[in-house]
Design a protein around this ligand. Sequence first.
Ligand code: TLP
Length: 348
Amino acid sequence: MTADRIIDLRSDTVTKPTAGMRAAMAAADVGDDVFGDDPTVNRLEEMAAERVGKEAAMFVPSGTMGNLCALLAHTQPGDEVLLGSECHIYHYEVGGMARIGGLLAHPLPNREDGSIAPEDVRAAIRPQNIHSPRVTLLCLENTHNRCGGAALRVETTDALCAAAHEAGLRVHLDGARIFNASVALGVPVERLARGADSVMFCFSKGLGAPVGSILCGERDFIERARRFRKMLGGGMRQAGVLAAAAIYALEHHVGRLAEDHENAKLLAEGLRQFEAFLPNEPETNIVVAEVRRGTVEGWLRAFAEEGVLAVPFGPGRFRMVTHLDVSRADIEEALRRIGRAVHSVSTT
Ligand code: TLP
């Protein structure tokens, strides 16, 4: 590691494919996936469906498209969707559910652990009459990005799914980082996703693939979702080169997520030593710190001058994410550089 190497903690999306992953991509057998002819995509879809315990799966270019296809396939335009007030679908997916799906978002307060109170779900389910929109879907997120990578417990997910199902709603789980939750909790992904009707997860985050996410659910739901993926321009052709990276990620990069979680803890402990920052106690790979002195923009500029990158994350907060391309030594170095930034800000 050279002294001036950038330590990029903006997201776990910044990883570059390893030599092993690139070799698997180069060797991939491919075909036209819109015709259903890509053997590597087909293999990935079978593997992913099996891992999450669902009947079928559909490979998509991004988590955003996976979530949107799920919302479109579960609902009709004009329906109301219950979701967490801090969730990714609501904050960071460009309002696609409203613009493209014609859906009404009903945010329910997210608690610090990323959950929603089951009573809030029950209270939000309106009695059906001529005045009300149809309430048809509940969305959950695990791990919860804006709640500092919190891992939703099985009991929490099960209780929320039960509350939704009792009222005839379906449940979609945005599991962009569900493998992080699985490793942190020591619970198989299949168990975490069991109560949900559909689950989307990403290969291009902690799992270290360059592109790709997958939507899993019942066979007829995935068939409906395939039409929406095509409509959104997500029908890919020789996508096996990408699916090969995703298969490699599932086979080689799941167990190692524990290292990212350890590194996030080390980073949070280090940040806590500076009175300017109040970090969360990360359960997974996301550190969110409140700024107690100065501004987020000012601190991010000072970190960047020392070669450490982070992103603003809501009022008065910044986020740092650990991943495959940062080692424990990199985190120690990042903390030394942050120390220098704190020193230079307090002496200027
Ligand atoms: N999240 C990105 C940014 O959009 C904030 C990040 O850097 O964390 N669900 C969740 C929970 C996510 O965190 C993300 C990406 C997505 C869905 C969307 O995935 P992509 O970026 O593949 O569309």
